[in-house]
Design a protein around this ligand. Structure first.
Ligand SMILES: *[C@@H]1O[C@H](CO)[C@@H](O)[C@H](O)[C@H]1NC(C)=O
Ligand SMILES: *[C@@H]1O[C@H](CO)[C@@H](O)[C@H](O)[C@H]1NC(C)=O
Ligand SMILES: *[C@@H]1O[C@H](CO)[C@@H](O)[C@H](O)[C@H]1NC(C)=O
Ligand SMILES: *[C@@H]1O[C@H](CO)[C@@H](O)[C@H](O)[C@H]1NC(C)=O
Ligand SMILES: *[C@@H]1O[C@H](CO)[C@@H](O)[C@H](O)[C@H]1NC(C)=O
Ligand SMILES: *[C@@H]1O[C@H](CO)[C@@H](O)[C@H](O)[C@H]1NC(C)=O
Ligand SMILES: *[C@@H]1O[C@H](CO)[C@@H](O)[C@H](O)[C@H]1NC(C)=O
Ligand SMILES: *[C@@H]1O[C@H](CO)[C@@H](O)[C@H](O)[C@H]1NC(C)=O
Length: 630
């Protein structure tokens, strides 16, 4: 547990953070300094799950493993485990699991089989049957769950406490609190969410993913990938008991009043004005959506980079369209949840791991090279299923480079040993959750497994110390220095988002203007300029005394060429040459090896593979790229 302010807010013992802080300090921040919050204290415990077993054979979940015969789960997480957030009383957490080893029917234990959604207790108590979990979906009669959607990720409890968003389905306990004995399987229905335009990845709406519910329990947001990139949407859930149209003729929730979060002819993040390149500080350019602010007033998303290769989270107000940058640290964040009192975020971030510093560590480079390297920059954050994420608590104002505030890592307690709270081999996954009174945080982690360790990988595979050798765990962090707060009243969001575009069936996604190939100049906001040459697949930039803030002065050269491999539009190859020199507040270099840096990565597999090197050095501290396959 940390006691002094500086060490706690600077994410404990990672010396590099302090170095980065100095380099970060001067990047233009227009707001007056908002002081950092006092560091908080956390009590962290692991929550119980159904017993884990290491075989999937029928009947493997025996009475000696689970005497109450209420199921076992497989010890390895295969993208079929996810914990979500709390019930409104803060006593339970919703979790998606995959039960395995159940006996065959008609054994009553046969219902604890396959992908299900459960509640686990978060207050040390048990359900009346003695279990610390209750399966919410297992015994639901077939007629109450027709045509379930196979997507069952990101489980989330409605504020009402009587429903669960379970991927693209809604489990509804007919008005009963989920954990209550009155919430029985026969009272429970599970309804699919239906959007007529989402027939496949190449339909106009693409295939929806990552649905997140607004605190009004009615509006919802999601992202869709298609071969033309990612689009983002909001909509409204409307129950349809007897559908008379569409391909799905079972009771369902229709997505109505859909908005695509884009606008025709909006000014892109990077645009041409004659032969100048300009950067729009408030672009309507929403990458993957991550959720809502605590009261649902803002949408939180991965935005267009503001600094080269530095991927960050932003918030946009649902009515005014005002945009705020939440993170600015060079490392990578994407999972984020907001506390219901709107005072904090919990992000999962690679800060502390040095994972991304080799490309993003130099502050103050404009995001021009990102036109061709963003897919690479977002993909190197993981090694396959191995994340480098740790849970970081940020206050409502987010990272503040001007005062060196980059949040507080919450799980610093422990001796780094296998299985300890701060064991670096247990890495954060999405999503975390706050209790409604904001005093508790739940997050989950997965342990690195082969081939992300062992074999050619220099990291030895750790043995799991979790029950059953499980490689995932759910952690509860009590904010012991924090008094309960009331949630901020839920923001009434309009069905039609004023700055977005209605997206009824048949509509198409507005497309941003692309930059025409050619030679351009980008002027620094403080001084200097950059000569930019664009082709359809490459960017070349020569910086001359370039600075946006008088403190980070960039000189030198950088170019990159990228190509994808259809039909996989997410498998990218990049050839990159850099020789950049930074002076001013810090001295830094960003350099490739003489033959250049050549990397290939599939954004869905995240296996780093490169020839040559790209290295960033800041005030003498050298940041190296990952080794191939690690
Ligand atoms: C599976 O689990 C059992 C019981 O814990 C253990 O004895 C066995 O060694 C495990 N097998 C493997 C392959 O890990
Ligand atoms: C659940 O695990 C089984 C193996 O036990 C696997 O075949 C199945 O695909 C998994 N289900 C999901 C939804 O991942
Ligand atoms: C399908 O039916 C619903 C509910 O009656 C209605 O709101 C919707 O507009 C209909 N959609 C189409 C494409 O006709
Ligand atoms: C963790 O486990 C691995 C493999 O089981 C072992 O090699 C290593 O020494 C352990 N580390 C610590 C810090 O106990
Ligand atoms: C680079 O831009 C500057 C400023 O616009 C211009 O004077 C110069 O000619 C450009 N250099 C090249 C090589 O295009
Ligand atoms: C860079 O620009 C600043 C501000 O205009 C000027 O004082 C300085 O001399 C320039 N440096 C070089 C190397 O041109
Ligand atoms: C990038 O720079 C390298 C080294 O100077 C050069 O060989 C290559 O042609 C350049 N590529 C582009 C697209 O400008
Ligand atoms: C690295 O070089 C090898 C041998 O030339 C080549 O097969 C491989 O595709 C290259 N990898 C990348 C990422 O450029």
């Amino acid at each position: 547990m940390v006691t002094d302010r500086r060490s706690s807010r600077d994410i404990m013992s990672f010396n590099f953070v302090k170095r980065i802080i100095f380099s970060a300090a001067a990047v233009a921040v227009a707001v007056a300094a908002i002081p950092p919050p006092n560091p908080e204290f956390f009590e962290i415990t692991q929550l119980s799950l159904p017993p884990a077993i290491n075989t999937t054979s029928v009947g493997a979940c025996t009475a000696s493993i689970n005497p109450r015969r209420t199921g076992c789960i497989y010890y390895q997480e295969n993208y079929d485990f996810q914990s979500g957030d709390f019930t409104p009383d803060g006593k339970h957490v919703v979790v998606s699991v995959n039960f395995t080893g159940a006996p065959a029917a008609p054994d009553p234990a046969s219902i604890y089989s396959g992908a299900q959604v459960i509640l686990i207790t978060a207050d040390g108590t048990n359900f009346p049957n003695g279990d610390s979990w209750k399966c919410m979906s297992c015994a639901v009669p077939t007629q109450n769950k027709q045509s379930l959607d196979p997507v069952i990720d990101y489980p989330h409890v409605f504020r009402s406490g009587t429903k669960i968003l379970w991927g693209h389905n809604i489990l509804d306990c007919n008005g009963q609190p989920l954990a209550d004995e009155s919430c029985t399987p026969t009272r429970t229905h599970i309804y699919p969410i239906f959007w007529p335009v989402s027939t496949n990845a190449f339909a106009a709406g693409g295939s929806p993913r990552e649905m997140r519910l607004h605190p009004d329990d009615t509006h919802i947001l999601w992202s869709s990938l298609s071969n033309s990139g990612q689009s983002t949407f909001t909509g409204k859930l409307q129950f349809n008991a007897r559908p008379t149209n569409g391909s799905l003729r079972a009771p369902r929730y229709d997505l109505i009043q859909v908005n695509v979060l884009a606008r025709a002819n909006s000014t892109p993040a990077i645009y041409a004005d004659g032969n100048q390149i300009k950067i729009n500080p408030q672009p309507l350019s929403l990458g993957e959506l991550r959720g809502w602010s605590g009261n649902g007033e803002e949408i939180i998303y991965l935005g267009s980079n503001v600094e080269a290769n530095n991927v960050d989270l932003y918030a946009i107000h649902v009515v005014t369209g005002a945009i705020r940058r939440i993170t600015s640290h060079p490392e990578y964040a994407d999972p984020i949840v907001s506390s219901p009192d709107n005072r904090n975020y919990l992000i999962m971030d690679t800060r502390g791991s040095n994972r991304q510093m080799w490309m993003a560590g130099m502050r103050g480079i404009p995001p021009i090279i990102d036109i061709v390297v963003t897919l690479l920059a977002v993909s190197t954050r993981n090694n396959g299923p191995r994340r480098f994420f740790q849970p970081i608590l940020l206050d409502q104002f987010g990272d503040r480079s001007d005062i060196d505030y980059y949040g507080q890592r919450i799980n610093t307690e422990g001796d780094l040993s296998n299985g300890s709270v701060n064991d670096p081999n247990w890495n954060g996954r999405a999503d975390a959750g706050f209790s409604l009174d904001s005093t508790k945080i739940v997050y989950w982690q997965a342990l690195v497994t082969s081939p992300a360790c062992g074999g050619v990988n220099p990291l030895k595979c750790p043995a799991s110390t979790a029950q059953g050798g499980s490689n995932y765990r759910v952690m509860l962090a009590k904010r012991t220095s924090r008094a309960p707060t009331r949630p901020v009243p839920v923001f009434k969001i309009p069905d039609i988002i004023p700055w977005a575009t209605p997206f009824p069936p048949g509509a198409s996604v507005p497309v941003d203007k692309t930059l025409a190939p050619g030679d351009y100049t980008l002027y620094g906001k403080a001084h200097g300029f950059a000569n930019v040459t664009l082709t359809s697949s490459s960017v070349a930039i020569r910086y001359s005394n370039f600075s946006d803030d008088y403190r980070h002065i960039i000189d030198g050269y950088e170019n990159a060429t990228s190509s994808v491999k259809p039909p996989n539009y997410y498998d990218v190859h990049v050839d990159w040459f850099s020789d950049i020199f930074q002076s001013g507040a810090v001295f830094g270099t960003k350099k490739t090896s003489p033959g250049g840096f050549h990397a290939e990565i599939d954004a869905f597999l995240n296996i780093f593979s490169a020839n040559g090197s790209l290295t960033t050095t800041i005030n003498g501290v050298e940041y190296l790229q990952p080794l191939n396959f690690s």
